[in-house]
Design a protein around this ligand. Structure first.
Ligand code: ADP
Ligand code: MG
Length: 634
């Protein structure tokens, strides 16, 4: 079977042409080459693997980081009449077996799975038998430790190359820094990959930095002026709730999202927002990766992001449908200190790690040259108090020691653990049949905690261990596995930690081995924050040009609509008034988009946009849900 990519594009999607580099990428993949595709958010990455997979016989394996993302993609494909299957959690064993069988006997064109699923033996064994035509690694930057989205399981994705030899691999991401690119190529074992990078230019987005003492007021104003779906990014969980409440009080439909809310809440809120039942999502950066909502008209950054990459990714969620959209960063002079404190103050440096390691060894009275293999309980808060250590910094330090194999850190939680069963009773029994060792512990939980199917339930792991005749460690291991298999939702707080020393105590030397790497990580993070601050403070160069410069592109033209460009336009009030009158005259007859107005009027685009902004501010006109301007009747 071989069909022409263009026919496939037309037949299934009804699009007449490929965008940007899509065609080159698809050709390379069909030619059997490994490809790394660096396209901006909304650049059309999915089609780069979906089209070639449809052009050839066999099945395409897609690794994707989030279940919501996988579901969304699979639903879209199904709607187009394409057979796709998602291996997410909570699927009973038998069913999974059947699903994998279906892939094997050619019924499906796409198999989507998380990197964790890929680590399961059953899955690997079946993939080995499948007629795989393409391996796609979506959001491939998750493989890199330099970014925020690092997922250790991604490092194992290269196993696909062994399971399906001689099949091309395509890696896709919107992150394009050199370090991430190198990590992707190396860790996925790409062979002489074709690296394709499209311009990151997003011409329909107006980027603005807005200095404002009263940030809340400005936020409210922006939201009132926007009729379309919006996202507001903040840096703390508490702030998501605070702002969502505030915006609701101001008469908007708003909700909040962060890593700490239950899975059920995440699902419902995302759904309500996707279906436009809720207009504004106030979120931390836990929200958004891969969300393909075309009609987001406004993305606000209410606090300063930690890097230009993250800023651009988040802002880029606006205007995916190509319509004019706004990305506004609201800030004031106090934010800079806050951002430095929040990001840089909690980065452990080499000296701190040395100090922490020594204190740790002293605390447990480990003599020099000994300690390897010994395990201890660390009462975290007491430890920090004893040595007057900042808790966040210390926790981050312990994690770094763990990542560099000095200690192994287990978050053992005796008192403040909550769980909730998210699989049905039927699914659980089915699962237990296949996972014998978990059975006693799960049964004990079910017997001890009645409401565990309905609520987040506080459990006592020590008590469960005693009742089930196991030790606490086994209980925690089972809970962790159940969470991974999506049978339960599991929240544990790091009030108590368990530490195993992996190497003999040698103080400075132990740390010096990886000191260079720590310094490098520190530098990258510092540079990232500095670049972000530079961007915010640079009021001389067009925002669009600043952003593209940062991503290594040279652009000569100013966008004409960002805060910097608008400032430069000679402010001829009389002309502006005339333009405003002309706009009003048109709008009295018909609703028009800004593009339509630009076509109809003979003035400079930037002047028209300025006039529109003034009219909006004076509340003479408003924007409707399809981005047309209309007169506000009085
Ligand atoms: P990305 O993963 O790069 O962020 P997606 O693959 O989700 O982007 O695509 C973004 C949007 O662009 C989708 O709505 C998709 O249907 C649309 N799109 C992709 N390719 C084309 C094309 N060739 N012509 C028109 N629209 C396209
Ligand atoms: Mg995508």
């Amino acid at each position: 079977m071989y069909r022409h990519p263009k026919d496939i594009l037309e037949k299934f999607w009804g699009f007449p042409d490929f965008k940007n580099s899509q065609e080159d990428i698809i050709d390379a993949v069909l030619g059997g080459r490994d490809v790394l595709a660096l396209l901006p958010t909304g650049g059309g990455k999915s089609l780069c693997y979906q089209v070639p997979a449809l052009a050839r016989e066999g099945i395409c394996i897609v690794v994707s980081p989030l279940i919501a993302l996988i579901r969304n993609q699979v639903d879209t494909l199904k709607r187009l009449g394409i057979r796709a299957i998602a291996l997410t959690g909570g699927i009973p064993f038998d069913e999974m077996n059947d699903l994998l069988d279906n892939c094997l006997y050619g019924k499906y064109k796409f198999l989507y799975l998380s990197p964790e699923r890929l680590q399961q033996e059953l899955v690997q064994e079946r993939i080995r038998q499948m007629n795989v035509n393409l391996i796609a690694i979506d959001e491939a930057h998750c493989i890199s430790q330099w970014g925020n989205d690092f997922r250790p399981a991604y490092l194992e994705c290269h196993i696909l190359k062994e399971l399906a030899p001689n099949v091309p691999v395509i890696a896709l991401t919107a992150t394009a820094t050199d370090m991430v690119v190198r990590d992707i190529c190396e860790n996925l074992h790409l062979e002489r990959p074709l690296v394709v990078k499209d311009s990151f230019s997003r011409n329909n987005i107006t980027f603005r930095v807005c200095w404002e003492e009263d940030k809340k007021f400005r936020l409210k104003e922006l939201c009132s002026r926007t009729n379309t779906s919006s996202i507001v990014y903040v840096r703390s969980r508490k702030m998501t709730m605070e702002l969502a409440n505030y915006l609701s009080q101001q008469g908007h439909t708003a909700t909040f999202f962060h890593g700490g809310i239950s899975k059920k809440d995440k699902d419902t809120r995302l759904k309500q927002w996707l279906e436009n039942k809720i207009k504004i999502m106030v979120a931390t950066n836990a929200f958004g990766m891969g969300i393909d909502k075309p009609d987001v008209g406004l993305v606000v950054h209410y606090q300063i992001p930690d890097s230009m990459e993250n800023y651009f990714q988040e802002a880029g969620r606006a205007g995916r449908n190509g319509k004019p959209a706004n990305a506004v960063l609201i800030t004031n002079p106090t934010d800079e200190a806050q951002v430095r404190k929040q990001f840089l103050g909690v980065l452990p440096d080499v000296d701190f790690l040395k100090l922490l390691y020594r204190k740790l060894a002293n605390y447990f009275q480990i003599p020099f040259g000994e300690g390897s293999g010994e395990t201890f309980q660390l009462p975290f808060n007491a430890f920090c108090e004893t040595y007057r250590l900042n808790t966040t910094l210390t926790y981050n330090g312990l994690r770094l020691l763990d990542q560099n194999s000095v200690i192994s850190l287990t978050e053992a939680f005796s008192q403040r653990t909550t769980i909730r069963m998210i699989a049905s009773k039927h699914q659980i029994f089915d699962y237990l049949e296949k996972n014998g060792p978990s059975a006693t512990i799960v049964q004990t939980i079910l017997r001890t905690y009645g409401g565990v199917f309905d609520f987040d339930t506080k459990i006592n792991t020590l008590l469960i261990a005693k009742k089930a005749n196991k030790n606490e460690k086994e209980v925690i291991a089972v809970l962790t596995k159940l969470e991974k298999d999506e049978i339960i939702e599991y929240h544990a707080q790091h009030s108590d930690l368990e530490i195993t020393f992996l190497v003999p105590r040698e103080d400075e030397r132990t740390i010096n081995i990886f000191a260079k790497k720590i310094k490098q990580i520190q530098k990258v993070k510092r540079d990232n924050v500095e670049s972000m601050l530079t961007y915010i403070k640079d009021s001389k160069l067009c925002r669009n040009r600043q952003i593209l410069n940062y991503f290594g592109e040279t652009v000569r033209d100013n966008c004409g609509k960002c805060d910097v460009c608008l400032q430069k336009i000679p402010f001829d009030n009389d002309i502006l008034k005339i333009i405003e009158q002309d706009i009003l005259q048109i709008l009295r007859v018909q609703k028009e988009s800004s593009r339509g107005l630009i076509k109809l009027l003979t003035y400079r685009e930037s002047s028209i946009i300025l006039a529109l902004q003034r009219l909006l501010e004076e509340r003479k006109i408003s924007v409707n849900s399809i981005n047309q301007y209309e007169i506000i009747e009085r």
